[in-house]
Design a protein around this ligand. Structure first.
Ligand code: ZN
Length: 205
């Protein structure tokens, strides 16, 4: 179980505290816990924290943490929305945007704080986790398309067990390729490598 506190922080933001491993959801505009992509994103931080205590102690590791949360948010929404009879993301025309409902009150359309289909590459880094996070998460969605969601999700989560708390994009990408090779063989490993190479992540051969 993951303890959460909702609407108890007077700021329009949310975070995981590692003191008690609690997720705190803020309020303001659309209260954060009202957006399932916000809740899934913060849960992504809890997953990282459970897998590798202290994860995110470098800028690139922190960016991967933000990126995984955004990927998880969009992937969960993809599964959760159709059974409720509404098209995925009916409110905005951006299937690859995370927390766009939370953002409707404080940004211009299209509403999103982050997207997972950015064309940014490793050369675009500016050493800020909430910006550099758009470099990493293009790869899991690319794998999500081919070989498919199950391979992408299982490979991504299993690989994260092997990430150092202060991992670099390069080391994490290498671990993810090796995990795909171990779990699914050469075809999957090649797809993962190609996805990270498209983001110009260094060190992949
Ligand atoms: Zn976050």
């Amino acid at each position: 179980m993951q303890p959460v506190r909702i609407n108890q922080w007077a700021a329009d933001n949310s975070f995981l505290t590692d003191k008690k491993a609690e997720i705190h959801f803020g309020k303001g505009g659309v209260d954060n816990a009202e957006d399932t992509e916000d809740t899934a994103h913060e849960y992504g931080h809890a997953v990282h924290h459970a897998q590798v205590p202290g994860f995110g102690s470098s800028v690139e590791a922190g960016s991967i943490g933000e990126a995984f949360g955004d990927y998880l948010a969009v992937a969960v929404d993809e599964h959760a929305a159709p059974p409720y009879g509404r098209p995925l993301k009916a409110d905005v025309a951006c299937d690859a945007c995370a927390a766009d409902w939370d953002s409707v009150t404080h940004s211009n359309a299209p509403h999103y704080p982050h997207r997972i289909n950015s064309d940014q590459t490793h050369a675009d880094r500016i050493s800020k986790v909430h910006t550099d996070s758009e470099i990493w998460p293009r790869a899991p969605p690319d794998i999500h398309t081919t070989p498919g969601p199950r391979v992408a999700d299982r490979t991504t989560v299993n690989a994260q067990f092997g990430f150092a708390p202060d991992t670099s994009f390069a080391a994490a990408a290498q671990t993810t390729v090796a995990t795909a090779q171990k779990m699914y063989g050469k075809g999957a490993a090649d797809a993962v490598r190609t996805a990270f190479q498209a983001r110009a992540i260094p060190g992949l051969i």
